[in-house]
Design a protein around this ligand. Structure first.
Ligand SMILES: Cc1cc2nc3c(=O)[nH]c(=O)nc-3n(C[C@H](O)[C@H](O)[C@H](O)COP(=O)(O)O)c2cc1C
Length: 467
């Protein structure tokens, strides 16, 4: 049976979005509407191909199983960090004929991984793309209720997605009898309160239920016992924003972008010591050097790159020598780190990697929910040890202590992966920047001219702003 959407007999009357290429002459779709005037509104979204996929599916005779198959065939992998197959995840939802319990979609818009700011662009600039992705996911999994869990600090994102849901509801695209069919789906908004742990899928569900966001042990997995112990799927914003394009353009088109094992485009947020920080849409598998040099304008002030984080603070710090690695799941793993959320953080030659790691460790100590002793105690000790090495009060044996602590925390020794998120960069700095750790201990201070560096950091504070 063909799963090509082009074979659907009832073609939509809405024009498909034009194929737009980035300044680098690469095809973009996720950000194709970003920058249009009023891109967040329904008329603009519809004028540029919006809701064509939903119309195709609902009026073109698609079955939920067919939609899941197309998404599976496309090879789309989750953009929330773990990179799990989206179609496969959807297929874990039980057959409603055998399990008639209510079922839910929880949309992960918590975006709290340091360095990550790509879901925000989608929610602020193209919220209907997310709404359409949610509706398609709900149709595929026979879900009637979706919750969008938005990071508390993202006020505009919340406002824009809520407004898009209201507009879609008024236009008969959300609620009962969508586009005059029997498909019914409601979308509700929820504001988080600024806790990183609430981005972890089971912490998110606890929080949505009105409780403290403490992750739950797995199994049971969300598809069996999620929100209110009912079948639930949790998906990231960018993952869902891909779905309308996968439906209208087909699995083969999607696979023509990216690499065979990591297909499609990805939003890469690049920050730190670069000339043009920002969020760029690029095919998976693009070289990190291209992102740095062609998109972000290279390392700022003509300096040299020293180190970089490929996918948010929980992915290991790599040396500059690895900058030619391809930005896809397998290549980055081979290079000793992870693609994570595609949030590249670049450090120039004046940066102290020990200081950077101390800041990262402080974040994980602060955000540990405290349920598991390995994480609660481990993150605190990691921070203390990195801090004392950075202050020049470390001991040589502290370096082994860091590795031994990280080994006690991960992998898979705790309820959720927050402990892994602190342990992974710890292992990476010990492996890749051991000499710098040792030098701090030997000299009893940071070997770099930290005062010069601190002075230059004021360059980052906009004129007139108060530090
Ligand atoms: C501590 C922690 C924090 C997380 N924070 C986020 C987050 O802010 N946003 C997100 O989409 N996924 C986050 N994740 C991953 C989610 O648990 C989950 O894998 C993801 O939402 C699944 O969506 P996807 O399959 O579409 O990627 C986090 C995971 C952990 C362990």
């Amino acid at each position: 049976m063909s799963t090509e959407p082009t074979k659907i007999t009832s073609p939509t009357k809405t024009a498909l979005p034009p194929k737009i290429t980035s300044p680098l002459k690469r095809e973009i779709y996720l950000l194709s509407r970003v920058g249009l005037r009023d891109s967040h509104t329904l008329p603009v979204y519809k004028a540029h191909g919006g809701y064509a996929a939903l119309e195709q599916v609902l009026t073109g005779g698609f079955t939920p199983a067919q939609v899941i198959q197309i998404v599976k065939d496309s090879g789309l992998r989750g953009r929330g960090g773990a990179g799990f197959s989206t179609g496969l995840k959807w297929s874990f939802m039980p057959d409603p004929a055998k399990d008639p319990r209510p079922r839910y979609l929880a949309v992960n818009a918590d975006e709290s991984e340091p360095g990550t700011c790509k879901d925000r662009v989608l929610m602020e600039q193209d919220p209907h793309g997310l709404v359409e992705g949610i509706l398609l996911a709900c149709f595929a999994m026979r879900v009637k209720t979706a919750y969008v869990y938005v990071r508390g600090e993202y006020r505009l994102s919340h406002e824009r997605v809520a407004a898009a849901v209201a507009e879609a509801r008024a236009a008969g695209l959300v609620g009962a009898k969508i586009l005059g069919t029997d498909f019914a789906c409601d979308i509700w908004m929820h504001k988080g309160a600024g806790a990183y742990i609430c981005g972890e899928e089971t912490g998110l569900m606890e929080s949505l239920e009105g409780k403290r966001g403490h992750p739950r042990p797995k199994p049971p997995f969300p598809a069996g016992a999620g929100l209110w112990r009912q079948p639930t799927t949790v998906n990231n914003v960018e993952t869902l924003a891909n779905v309308p394009f996968v439906i209208t353009r087909g699995a083969d088109w999607f696979k023509s972008l990216g690499t065979p094992k990591s297909p499609g485009n990805v939003l890469i947020g690049i920050s730190g010591h670069v000339e043009r920080p920002g969020v760029y849409e690029l095919p998976l598998g693009i070289s990190a050097r291209t992102v740095l040099e062609e998109c972000a304008g290279g390392v700022w002030k003509g300096r040299k790159l020293k180190a970089w984080i490929p996918g948010g603070s929980s992915t290991g710090l790599l040396p500059a020598a690895k900058i030619d690695v391809a930005m896809d799941h397998d290549s980055i793993r081979e290079a000793g780190s992870m693609l994570g959320t595609g949030a590249m953080i670049m450090l120039d030659e004046t940066a102290c990697t020990v200081r950077a790691m101390q800041v990262i460790a402080r974040f994980y100590e602060h955000e540990s929910c405290g349920q598991c002793s390995q994480c609660r105690e481990g993150t605190e000790w990691l921070h203390q040890i990195f801090a004392r090495i950075e202050r020049g009060q470390g001991r040589m044996e502290d370096i082994e202590l860091l590795s031994s602590l990280a080994n006690g925390m991960a992998p898979a020794k705790t309820i959720c992966a927050l402990a892994d998120a602190a342990a992974i960069p710890t292992h990476a700095i010990v492996k890749n920047f051991r000499a710098e750790l040792e030098e701090h201990v030997r000299l009893g201070r940071c070997p770099l001219d930290v005062e010069r560096h601190a002075a230059e950091l004021t360059d980052l504070v906009p004129e007139g702003a108060h530090a």
